[in-house]
Every structure is written in C-alpha cells, then in structure tokens.
Design a protein around this ligand. Structure first.
Ligand SMILES: Nc1nc2c(c(=O)[nH]1)N[C@H]1C(S)=C(S)[C@@H](COP(=O)(O)OP(=O)(O)OC[C@H]3O[C@@H](n4cnc5c(N)ncnc54)[C@H](O)[C@@H]3O)O[C@H]1N2
Ligand code: MOO
Length: 773
C-alpha cells in the first residue's frame, strides 16, 4: 500500500502569523504524539520535518515528508483505506467514515491545491470561446494577442478642432508680404480665405470642393480633412466676414501665417498604429481593452477568451430543504439549504467561473451520490460537465459523513488532504480524480469537499477554491515541460492580498487551532508620516461556524495563532497587537472607509499647501537690498524671504546716486557670490516716500540686464502686493530672466513682502524649474 504525503515548500511570501512565539504550527497526531513543525529559515517556511518519537511507524510513514524544493513536484496523495491513517476505534463504536487524517497548515493546503490545479491545466486542452456581448468580456483572460488591423486608428486624417481646413502652402505669399511690413502696418494686415465648402463629422470628405487662390473649408471636430488640405485653424482665431469669406482675427495673423502642415489634424493611425497589440494573450480584459477593440474595429467574434471553468455546487444532508421555498416546520430538525445559494453567488461574484447548481442530496445513500456526481463530472451525454466540484457537509467524523468515501472508494479519487489546521474549516478535504479519454489524454477533476457549517464552507471556498479558479482562469498554455509548468503556475498564482492590522480589542485565542477570524477593517493614518497607513481590525462577533452573521461586514480574515502552551504561548491577543489579515475584497471598494488621509484627498483639501510642499527646495535665493544710506533692512528681508528657500547671499546697494544704480545692480546680479543662486530678489524698502519713483528707477535699471521679461508674472506680483497694501501697488515690480537665462530676477518693495512671497512661491518655483540650466 502506497502511503505518502509530500509536504511542499510553501510560497516564499507565505509567512505565518507574527507573534506566534517561534513555533508556527504544530499538530498532535491522533494517538502517536507526533509533532510536525516547520523548520524556519529566514522567517520562511522551507520544509517540514518530523520531531518527537512515534510508536506507530505507519503513521510516521504516512506523514513522511521528503522535503521538496519548488523545483520538485508534490505527491500529496493519501490512501484513505490504510488503517494506519486512522486512529484506533474503540471496539464498542462503529468505525468512523473518515480516518483522522493529518491536520496540515492552510498555506500548505493551498500550495497542494495550486500544484494539483496547475497539473490539471497542463493536461487540459486549451479551449477558447467568443462571447455574445461586450459586457461578457470583462474580467476574462484573452486567448491570443489582438492587434490593430491596417491602417490603425484613425483611418482618415481628422480635424481636432471646429474651424477651417486650409492648405498651408497657400500661406507662403502672404507670409512673405507680412514679413516686409512695419510694426504699424502689420496691425492692419488682413489675412482672409475664400470659404469654399463645409465638412461635418460623418461626411466622407470626398465631396466636390471648389478651388480658389486661398480656400478654406468649414470643418467640425472629428470630420475628414479633405484631400489637399493639411491644417485646421480653430474657429476662435477667425471671424466670418460674409458667407464666402473667412478672415483671421488680427491678433492671430502672425501665428496662422506660421501654421505648419498637420496643425490640429490627427493623421491616419496616430492614436493606434497598425499592428499594435491592444489586448495581449493572457491579459485580463478591462474596460480599456473593450474600448481599444471597439476603436480598431474588431468584431466580437474576433476576440477569443479562455473558456471559464464550470464549477458544480452540491449540498449534502438529510436535514436540508431548498432555500427560498416552503417554510420548514419549526422544531422538526429541518433547515434551509444555505450553502448552495451562498456559494453559487459567492462563486459568481468571483467572475472567474461558471457556477452550476447540482442541488441537494441526502447523505443516506453513497452510491446514488456517486452516480449523481459521476454524471456531473464525466457523463458522455452531458456536453457541459463540470471541471471543479464543491460539496458541503458529510466530511467530518460521523457515521453519515460519507463524502470522503464516496470520492475515494466510489469514484476512485486521490485524497490529497483531509484536515486543515484552522478554525473554521478543519475537515476540509481535497481530492482529484483523473481519467484517460478514449484518445489517451489525461483529464482531471478537482474536488473540494467542504464542511457543512456555512461559515466554514464560505471561508474555505475563499481560501482554496478562489485561488484555484483564478489559476485556471489566468493560465496560458505553454511549451514548458510539465514540472516547470506546474511549479511556475503554483508559485505565481494569485493569492489573497494581505495587510497587517492591530486588534481594536482583546480576543481570547483558540486553544486547539489557529483561527481565521472574520474582521472589519478601518484604515487609519499612521504616526510614521503622510501616506503611511495602519489598519485596525474589529471582530465581527461570535465566530461559531454556523453563525453566518460573523461573515456580515467582514473585510478580511485575521490569522490569529493557536493560544496556550501548545500554541503561541499566550491565551489572549490583546488590543493593539498586530496580526496579518487576508483581504476578502479590495479595500478600496470598502464603502465604510473614507480615505480622508489619502494623498488624493489632501490634494483636494489643500492644493496650494501640497504644491508648496512639493516645491520646497528649488529656489536658491540671492537678495539685493537697495537701501538709503545709513539704513539696514537686510536682516528682516532675508528672514522673510528665507521661507521661500535657502538664502545663498544677501547684499546691499546704496540708493540711488542716479546713473550708478544700474551698474551696481548689474555687478551684484552677475557677481561671483551670486553664482549659486537661481532667484534674485531686488528689494526696495518702503520707508521712503519715493516709492513710485524708485520702482520706476529700479525697473528701468533691471530692464538693461534682463534678457527676457516676464511681464505677466510681474503684474501678478504687483496685484498681490497691492492687495496686501495699496501703497505697494505704486511700486513697479519687474520680473525676468538674467545671466543667460540661468536665473530669475524679481524686484519688489518690502511692503507685504511675507504674504506676497508666500503667494508667489508656487509660480516662482515653477518658473525656476523651466530655466535653462
Ligand atoms: N467527532 C468530531 N465531530 C466533528 C468534528 C471533529 O473533528 N470530530 N469536526 C467538527 C467541525 S470543525 C465541523 S466544521 C463539522 C463539519 O461537519 P460536516 O462537514 O460533516 O458537515 P455536517 O455534519 O453535514 O454539517 C455540519 C453542520 O452544518 C449544517 N449544514 C450542513 N449543510 C448545510 C447547508 N447546506 N446549509 C446550512 N447548513 C448546513 C448541518 O446541519 C450541521 O449543523 O463537524 C464537526 N464535528
Ligand atoms: O472547522 Mo469547523 O468549521 O471549526 O466548525
């Protein structure tokens, strides 16, 4: 008899709960006192080893683990008929339907499921389907690369603006003529076009179009730019003189004369070049792919997606009556079948499978259960057999718990594990059934026999069935050898997103098994700084596995260690302790969480604040204070301006012995001690009643050194200063680039300087970021 449980290497990122006191899991075999412990290497579970001694060699044999590496395959099958796997039965009680199998850690169970799933995918013939509506594409895995056909998108030259299509070649004469005019003559220059036609979006653009010396065609956004025309002038830059003449608004004449070919025109294929991949093989279809496929003109029949696995859901138990039917009689031992509607909807919500309702069966007659399931899985007459099966109930230790026997004995299944070290969900059982087709190809079915308690059934579906279905859904056939394919598939499968969360209150730990406690999560700003978060977990109440209310409002499963001396060493997990939480759904869809502390929210709340934060350090200041003899304001001004950025140098110029100020400013701006600056403030103290005159004087002098004036920035600054103090509005601020464009010079008074500088900071930072350096 061939008994072997291969214990696989767990995913390297599959760490067990923190705070479990070093022993990450253990298991006491039924009567052998065998402890299984993982050896921890670098906080990762690398392999399992047996410790302690055992009187039962066969038990040991069954548990024997050849440590495997990810490069090796797992043979995780258990022979259920081997007596050694079962605890001894007292002579007065009937033997249990299912032997007490090793209780394996959940991450190991998941690894086994993923490995066996990948193996089944390897042997599965890839089958692709197309769908009948675009909504059905969403979330499906593409079966092949989809490329944009010739000539790409768009297939005609289209106008980007409502305006007039023109021929840029027609502008040459007018441009030459305009170039010869004086400044005043240019002001009165008229550039006009003959309006020769109209093209609207949807017209084929091929209509008869009259020609003239300088024709223009009225065109709408998206319309075909007619042949021979190569640019569009936006309507705002034109005025219609009469029904046959369009004239360019005088302020736009110069720019329109400079119009380059294809201005405001989208050329053929510019959005999507012919041959570009719009949906890659294996990629999961998102709304953007639907948009791209539509844009390049594909038909639904052209889009092949992988067939979704069909998954059957069966409830077992004599006590069950169909849900949503006749009310059950009170106190008669009957209950509504909750698991089937729950799991059918849970699986449908995953979007990675087609759930199939297999009904309810009584647990009285194993052979009729075998027959029903055999039909669902293999029937020749049934074209739509299920690929995966989930049953609930009848999998524990009682006389009526027949499901393991049904699968193993009745259907020749291979049992991979029969108990998991967790609460809820301990009796969870995983089986595969392989058969050869008439052509000799291997076909495999994956069976999850889950506990009957609804919470256990739901949690185990989430923990094991969901990743299995995701793997089938996401996998793409490959030329690799079987073992490489299987190992790669299992190691790269999608597993649950995980966050660390701290307990909102004390929780008594289970003394027998680690608990996957249903918790609601709240995201909170962390003391570690902006955009750092912590999560707080609140238990959903009593965690009995019949209490479906414990699933209500749960965002995740918090992995609490087994308590007591055989577990983590303590009995109560106290408020504030942190444990990992496997997320049941992405947190962002959690409507109860308002991310007020997010960067997104912050940018809405205080745009200027965050901008200032971002732009903190790019201003390196030089300050030149033009002060009357005997005054010294440099300290105050430097202190105020230092809020903008580091002050590299602060210097003074004597006020003004006319004719000398210009030179003094030039020397100061170009002086060696200003070389590390990029923003030079020339500040004129307001203590004098000559503020207007001085403003003009300084401005005049600065214009000699400025290579490019920035008049609108200066005007803005003046407005801000005037809003602080009207007197400041009398000062003529000047802004422009100096030193070959490597620095900005700004002149101002000291009135309202703090507020003005503060308001100007974002603009100055941005200006400085655009300097030539
Ligand atoms: N001697 C032992 N007894 C039990 C053990 C054990 O280790 N030794 N494990 C317990 C644990 S843990 C669980 S979980 C349950 C699992 O039992 P089964 O999987 O055999 O399931 P049933 O006995 O058929 O049902 C359990 C419970 O759930 C109710 N149920 C079943 N199906 C449905 C359904 N479709 N909708 C709603 N409720 C359902 C059923 O009436 C039972 O109350 O075994 C423990 N026993
Ligand atoms: O595992 Mo059971 O699901 O604890 O109740």
């Amino acid at each position: 008899m061939d008994l072997a449980v291969g214990l696989a290497v767990l995913r390297a990122d599959c760490d067990w709960p923190a705070g479990a006191g070093g022993r990450l899991w253990d298991r006491e075999a039924a009567n052998g006192g065998i402890l299984l412990e993982p050896l921890l290497i670098g906080n990762k579970m690398e392999k399992c080893a047996e410790v302690g001694s055992s009187k039962k060699t066969s038990d040991m044999d069954m548990m024997k683990s050849k440590p495997k590496t990810t490069g090796e395959s797992i043979d995780s099958s258990i022979n259920i008929n081997d007596e050694a796997a079962a605890p001894p039965s007292p002579s007065h009680s009937p033997p249990p339907a299912k032997p007490q199998l090793p209780m394996i850690p959940v991450p190991l169970a998941l690894q086994i499921v993923l490995t066996e799933t990948a193996r089944s995918i390897y042997h599965q013939e890839a089958s692709h389907v197309s769908v009948s509506s675009h909504e059905m594409l969403l979330g499906r895995a593409s079966a092949e690369d989809l490329r944009a056909p010739e000539p790409g998108y768009l297939d005609y030259n289209a106008s980007i603006m409502d305006g007039y299509a023109i021929r840029t070649g027609d502008l040459d004469d007018a441009r030459t003529q305009y170039g010869r005019l004086s400044r005043d003559e240019k002001k009165t220059f008229v550039l006009s076009f003959d309006l020769v036609g109209r093209v609207y979006a949807g017209d084929d653009g091929a209509g008869e179009i009259a020609s003239s010396k300088r024709p223009a065609i009225y065109i709408t956004t998206g319309a075909v730019v007619p042949d021979g025309y190569d640019a569009v002038v936006p309507i705002e830059e034109t005025e219609a003189k009469d029904s046959s003449t369009v004239q360019i608004v005088s302020s736009h004449v110069e720019s329109v004369l400079d119009t380059k070919p294809m201005t405001w025109v989208r050329p053929i294929g510019c959005d999507i070049a012919a041959g570009s991949v719009v949906l890659a093989r294996g990629e999961i279809v998102q709304p953007v792919h639907v948009a791209l496929a539509a844009q390049v003109g594909l038909r639904l029949a052209d889009i092949k997606v992988r067939r979704l696995p069909r998954i059957g859901v069966l409830s077992t138990g004599n006590e069950l009556t169909p849900a949503f039917g006749q009310p059950t009689k009170i106190g008669q031992g009957k209950i509504p079948d909750v698991n089937r509607p729950m799991l059918l909807t849970q699986l449908a919500a995953y979007g990675n499978c087609i759930p199939v309702d297999l009904g309810i069966v009584s647990d009285e007659d194993s052979s009729s259960i075998s027959k029903l399931l055999d039909d669902a899985l293999w029937s020749e007459s049934c074209t739509e057999n299920v690929d995966v099966l989930v049953t609930t109930g009848g999998i524990s230790m009682g006389e009526k718990d027949v499901m393991a026997k049904v699968f193993v004995e009745g259907m020749n299944g291979k049992l991979h594990f029969g108990r998991m070290n967790m609460k809820p969900g301990k009796p969870t059982t995983f089986i595969t059934i392989d058969r050869k087709s008439d052509q000799g190809a291997m076909r495999r079915k994956l069976i999850f026999a889950l506990p009957g308690n609804p919470v256990s059934a739901s949690v185990c579906t989430e923990l094991l069935v969901r990743p299995c279905l995701d793997l089938i859904h996401d996998s793409v056939a490959s030329d690799e050898d079987e073992e490489s394919f299987v190992n790669h598939g299992a190691d790269h499968a999608r597993v649950h997103e995980e966050v660390m969360a701290e307990l909102a209150s004390d929780i008594k730990l289970d003394q027998g098994r680690p608990e996957y406690r249903r918790v609601a999560l709240r995201r909170m700003a962390s003391a570690d700084g902006p955009s750092q978060y912590t999560y707080q977990a609140t238990s959903t109440g009593v965690q009995r596995s019949s209490r479906v209310m414990s699933l209500r409002g749960a965002d995740g499963l918090m992995i609490l260690p087994r308590g007591g001396s055989r577990g983590c060493g303590f009995d109560v997990a106290t408020k504030g302790m942190q444990f990992p939480v496997l997320l049941l759904r992405p947190l962002s869809s959690n409507s109860r969480t308002c991310f007020k502390d997010s960067m997104h929210h912050a940018s809405w709340k205080s745009k200027s604040e965050s901008r200032q934060q971002n732009q903190k350090s790019n201003l390196r200041l030089g300050i030149i204070i033009c002060q009357p003899e005997g005054q010294n304001r440099s300290g105050d001004v430097a202190e105020i301006l230092s809020k903008l950025g580091p002050v590299e140098v602060s210097t003074t110029c004597e006020l003004p012995k006319t004719g000398e100020l210009g030179n003094a400013l030039r020397d100061a701006i170009n002086g060696a001690d200003m070389k590390d600056t990029n923003t030079i403030f020339v500040v004129v103290p307001s203590s004098t009643n000559r503020i207007f005159k001085l403003g003009i004087e300084v401005s005049h002098c600065l214009r000699q050194v400025i290579s490019k004036p920035a008049t609108s920035v200066a005007l803005k600054m003046r407005k801000i200063a005037a809003s602080c103090d009207k007197l400041a509005g009398l000062f003529e601020n000047t802004v422009g680039t100096v030193r070959d464009g490597s620095a900005v010079v700004v002149s101002c008074t000291d009135i309202g300087l703090a507020q003005t500088a503060d308001s100007m900071k974002p603009l100055l930072c941005h200006t400085v970021s655009l300097l030539d350096r």
